[in-house]
Ligand binder design. Structure first.
Ligand SMILES: N[C@@H](CCC(=O)N[C@@H](CS)C(=O)NCC(=O)O)C(=O)O
Length: 236
C-alpha cells in the first residue's frame, strides 16, 4: 500500500484541478513537482506516463494513472460520500462525466493555439492566425459554458463537484492569454471568484508558487520524482 501521490506540472498545469480535488476530498496524499517542459518530457517521467504530460497519479496499490478525467474519476470514486462525485451507472455520474469531458475538450483545447503561439514564440502571420483562431475558440467555449452554468451556484447545479475543481485550473489561463474579459460572462466570473476564495484553491496556488501552503485536506508533503520512481519500481 503506497500513499496516493499526484505528480503536478508547473507552471500553471491543468493538474491544478486534481490538487483541488484531493484537498476537497480529504484523502491522504503527497505531491511531486514536475517542471514543464523539461522534466515532463524526460525519460524518467515518461516511465510513469509515456505521453509526457502532467498530471499523473500513483494510486494506493501502486498503479500510475494519467489523464485528468481518469484521475478525477478515480479520486471521485474514493469519496462518493462527499457528494463531489457519483457512482458510475447513476445519472449524477453521467452529468459529471459529461461536464468533465466538455472541460477537458472544448474548454481546455480552446487555449491550445494560444499556448502554441506563446510557447513556440510564433511571429508574424503565424502568430496572427493562431491568435485569432485561439481567441475565437476561447470566446465560444466561454459562451457555451456560461450558458451551461446559468445562474446556478456550481457547474452541476446546487452541488459542488469535481467539475468545479477542474474548471478553476483551466479558467485561470486567461491570465496568460488576454483574449476575453471574463466579466462579459457574469455567471463564469461569479464561479471563478467564488473558487479563487476557496481554501483548497488558495492552497493549490501556494503549492504551485512554492510558497508555504496550509492544507485543509490530507496533504502529507512533497516527494521528488526519483522517490516516486523508486517506490513505483518496488510496487511493480
Ligand atoms: N489530456 C491530458 C492533457 C494533459 C496536458 O496537456 N498537460 C500539460 C499541462 S496542462 C502538460 O503536461 N504539458 C507538457 C508540456 O508543457 O511540456 C489531461 O487531460 O490530463
Amino acid at each position: 500500500m503506497t500513499t496516493t501521490t499526484l505528480l503536478y506540472g508547473v507552471p500553471s498545469g491543468c493538474s491544478f484541478g486534481s490538487i483541488v480535488a484531493l484537498e476537497w476530498l480529504g484523502l491522504p496524499y503527497r505531491l511531486s513537482r514536475i517542471a514543464m517542459p523539461e522534466e515532463v518530457t524526460g525519460d524518467d517521467y515518461r516511465r510513469l506516463n509515456p505521453v509526457g504530460e502532467t498530471p499523473t497519479l500513483i494510486t494506493t496499490d501502486g498503479r500510475a494513472i494519467s489523464e485528468s478525467m481518469a484521475i478525477l474519476n478515480h479520486l471521485g470514486a474514493r469519496g462518493l460520500d462527499t457528494g463531489l462525485a457519483f457512482a458510475q451507472g447513476t445519472p449524477g455520474f453521467d452529468r459529471l462525466n459529461q461536464m468533465l469531458a466538455f472541460l477537458n475538450t472544448a474548454f481546455f483545447n480552446a487555449f491550445s493555439p494560444l499556448w502554441h503561439a506563446l510557447e513556440h514564440g510564433s511571429e508574424g502571420v503565424e502568430n496572427q492566425v493562431l491568435g485569432e483562431y485561439g481567441r475565437g475558440r476561447v470566446v465560444r467555449a466561454h459562451a457555451l459554458l456560461e450558458q451551461l452554468l446559468g445562474d446556478r451556484p456550481w457547474l452541476l447545479g446546487d452541488q459542488r463537484t469535481l467539475a468545479d475543481a477542474y474548471f478553476i485550473g483551466i479558467a485561470r489561463w486567461t491570465q496568460y492569454h488576454d483574449v476575453i474579459d471574463r466579466r462579459d460572462y457574469p455567471n463564469l466570473q461569479r464561479l471563478f471568484e467564488k473558487l479563487e476564495a476557496d481554501p483548497a484553491v488558495i492552497f493549490a496556488h501556494a503549492v504551485e508558487a512554492g510558497r508555504p501552503a496550509v492544507s485543509a485536506g490530507g496533504f502529507q508533503g512533497h516527494v521528488p520524482l526519483q522517490g516516486v520512481l523508486g517506490e513505483f519500481r518496488q510496487a511493480a
